[in-house]
Design a protein around this ligand. Structure first.
Ligand SMILES: *Cc1c(COP(=O)(O)O)cnc(C)c1O
Length: 664
């Protein structure tokens, strides 16, 4: 691991909490909810600029005190509400600015986060705007039906639909809800028509158009002629005629499209909007009453704070998005004298990403054996050579006190000499391995050779850090700090809590939630608890390309090191799986109190070992019984003391009741 506690450290200015915020990008992606406090801890402003802040470290301590062990998912319901407010405020501003004669009425796509408390909170907070829900399956439809009781809020029914799904939606309209069944596949038309005839009632009907406009990025295949969902233009026209002959054209109210999640480039959205806007106008000309244009999801999140069209970012703001939707739709409708529609969006990621923070602890850090071993008398020649090399590196003149650049002894020559030293060290290390294979070097001697090689590597890396900006450094030497990087063992399962980092290389901001006022002098990546080499976090946000290693702090004895994974409130929980039987983590819903401080509104306990075993059809009682029988047999053989058998059974019982993660 890199330790840069060298003479050069004194030369660099002291590290402050602001440096920490800049390094981890908190001041770019964190706005306005996350910032750094004076003591180097992450602060959470759950209501954005409207005031009130919580110290995340104290909050975690407080939750631990309530017996909620790490890893811990902290959900800030105020943030969820604030996101909703921002979304509506952005559309309201755009509508005012462009003199748009309609309104905005959004829905939350339930698939983004189906947790009951989350959906309930959104329905509650969204009531004042008649904010609705979008369902993509029968189970999600059941959630939406039971939670959404506002007769004006939209219940958009997407996804594949069988007869029962359609009939449920039709009957929901009778219940006083506002379900819109969106035709996504050509064959759904017939099912809707027969169901409506049988029940003598129809749902509100929507059509999802398959746009020709191309998208880019990860979800680019959601549009285009080969997209999984949506009607091609010929199918769309045939559907209109089928509805007309069935007497259902009057129920056709909505046009829907979805360009894919996380639209990085606003130009993609504009193209799609223009195309959809024209289709909307044509549908009204064909005699459908219409009234709603649903622009789908895709409103993106700036995960790396770069404000670019790269995968982890967006080249537009929420306000830009709302402006483009409003302005483009108006431009499409006005020339033909078609009344502008109520605008609907199904923004999931944009609403649900910020509100949850995953905090996990580091169990330990693996480091290379770089401590310099004490010299003994009459050491093998290879070891003496390595020691000479190490001495040579350390004897090089320190940066800053060299003569003119270009001078033979100045900084210009130092990278070259470091490279020579590194070549020597590698050569001696190879020699040591060859000698060991032939039996000339003992195991302890081989260990020393490895330690000395890594000590050379550390000395070189430390020396390089002190070089003036712009000094040309050979490629191989530049790679040394990475070679020295450590593995931080994380008390979490990536597959459970951040599956998209593994499945689709998604980037989330990851950083220590404390010690930000302390220079992070190590480089590392995270390995999770699973026995899977993919169970790691080894891509981190940076200003440009993602980086493979994160600046981290050395662990301190007896002190926890807490890491936060941010912006993961959308999709991660439900996509997470039981790999290695790591279950859900503890979760807590937090509300800012008016008088300062916070309230714990809900606690959702993580899965216990017994629960994950049952999910795989194992019976915890049977499992205990089998081990009891085995213990009795061992006691009878005299292999196990009764007290130890009791201890074993006690461990078993306790484990079954605990969460699946390591306990402090
Ligand atoms: C997934 C999905 C959404 C949500 O997309 P976000 O990018 O999370 O806003 C909206 N509509 C449909 C049809 C979807 O499939």
């Amino acid at each position: 691991m890199v330790t840069s506690r060298t003479a050069t450290d004194q030369a660099s200015p002291p590290w402050t909490a602001a440096d920490g915020a800049a390094l981890y990008g908190l001041d770019r992606w964190g706005e306005p909810y996350f910032s750094v406090g004076a003591r180097g801890q992450v602060m959470v402003q759950p209501r954005g600029e409207r005031g009130g802040a919580l110290d995340l470290v104290e909050l975690v301590r407080g939750l631990q005190g309530r017996d909620l062990s790490l890893p811990l998912l902290i959900r800030f319901d105020d943030i969820l509400e604030d996101r909703l407010e921002r979304l509506h405020a952005a559309f309201e501003r755009a509508i005012a600015q462009y003199g748009y004669g309609g309104r905005y009425q959004g829905v939350f796509p339930v698939k983004c986060n189906q947790q009951r408390h989350v959906v309930e909170q959104l329905v509650e907070s969204g009531r004042r705007w008649h904010f609705g829900l979008e369902a993509g399956s029968k189970a999600e439809l059941l959630i939406a039906l039971s939670l959404l009781d506002d007769p004006e809020a939209l219940l958009i029914c997407n996804g594949y639909k069988d007869r029962r799904y359609i009939e449920t939606a039709i009957l929901a309209r009778r219940l006083g809800r506002r379900p819109v069944v969106v035709i996504e596949q050509a064959d759904e038309v017939e099912r809707i028509i027969t169901a409506s005839q049988d029940l003598g009632a129809a749902p509100y009907i929507g059509i999802r158009a398959k746009l020709a406009s191309r998208s880019t990025g990860r979800w680019g295949s959601s549009v285009g002629e080969r997209a999984k969902f949506g009607l091609s233009i010929p199918d769309l026209l045939a559907t209109v005629e089928a509805l007309r002959s069935a007497g259902l054209l009057d129920d056709l109210r909505l046009l829907h499209f979805h360009v894919g999640s996380q639209i990085n480039d606003i130009a993609v959205l504009k193209d799609a909007l223009q195309e959809a806007g024209q289709i909307y106008v044509e549908l009204t000309r064909l005699g459908a009453p219409m009234g709603y244009l649903d622009v789908g999801g895709g409103l993106g999140i700036d995960y790396d704070g770069s404000r670019t069209a790269s995968a982890a970012s967006t080249n537009y703001s929420l306000q830009n998005y709302a402006n483009d939707v409003v302005a483009t739709v108006r431009e499409c409708c006005e020339p033909g004298g078609v009344p502008v529609p109520t605008l609907v969006s199904e923004s999931g990621r944009a609403i649900a990403s910020h509100f949850s923070v995953l905090v996990f602890d580091v169990l330990g850090a693996g480091a290379l054996p770089g401590a310099e071993p004490a010299a003994t008398e009459a050491e093998a020649l290879i070891l003496r050579n390595l020691r000479d090399t190490l001495r040579g590196i350390r004897a090089l003149p320190a940066g800053g006190d060299s003569a003119e650049p270009g001078d033979d002894d100045g900084d210009g020559r130092i990278p070259e000499r470091l490279q020579e030293a590194w070549n020597d060290a590698l050569k001696f290390k190879d020699d040591a391995l060859a000698a060991f294979r032939l039996g000339y070097l003992s195991l302890p001697e081989r260990a020393k050779a490895e330690q000395l090689t890594w000590a050379c590597c550390q000395a070189i890396a430390a020396r390089l850090e002190g070089m003036p900006e712009g000094t040309p450094i050979p490629e191989e030497l530049r790679a040394l700090p990475a070679a020295l990087a450590g593995t931080y063992y994380a008390n979490l399962s990536v597959f459970r809590s951040a599956p998209d980092t593994w499945a689709i290389d998604q980037l989330f901001p990851v950083l220590p939630i404390h010690r930000l006022d302390e220079r992070p002098i190590r480089l590392g990546s995270f390995a999770d608890l699973t026995c899977d080499s993919d169970g790691k976090i080894a891509r981190f946000i940076d200003r440009g390309q993602p980086k493979p290693l994160l600046e981290l702090h050395p662990l301190r004895d007896g002190e926890p090191y807490w890491i936060g994974l941010f912006l993961g409130g959308a999709y991660q929980e439900v996509m997470g799986n039981l790999h290695n039987l790591f279950g859900s983590t503890n979760a807590a819903h937090i509300r800012l109190s008016d008088g300062g401080g916070y309230r714990v509104e809900h606690v959702v306990r993580g899965d216990t070992n017994a629960e994950v075993l049952k999910a795989m059809e194992h019976d915890p009682a049977l499992l205990q019984e089998r081990l009891r029988v085995a213990s009795e047999a061992a006691i009878a053989r005299g292999d196990l003391a009764i007290a130890d058998a009791r201890r074993l059974m006690a461990h078993l019982r306790a484990s079954l009741e605990q969460t699946t993660y390591l306990q402090g």
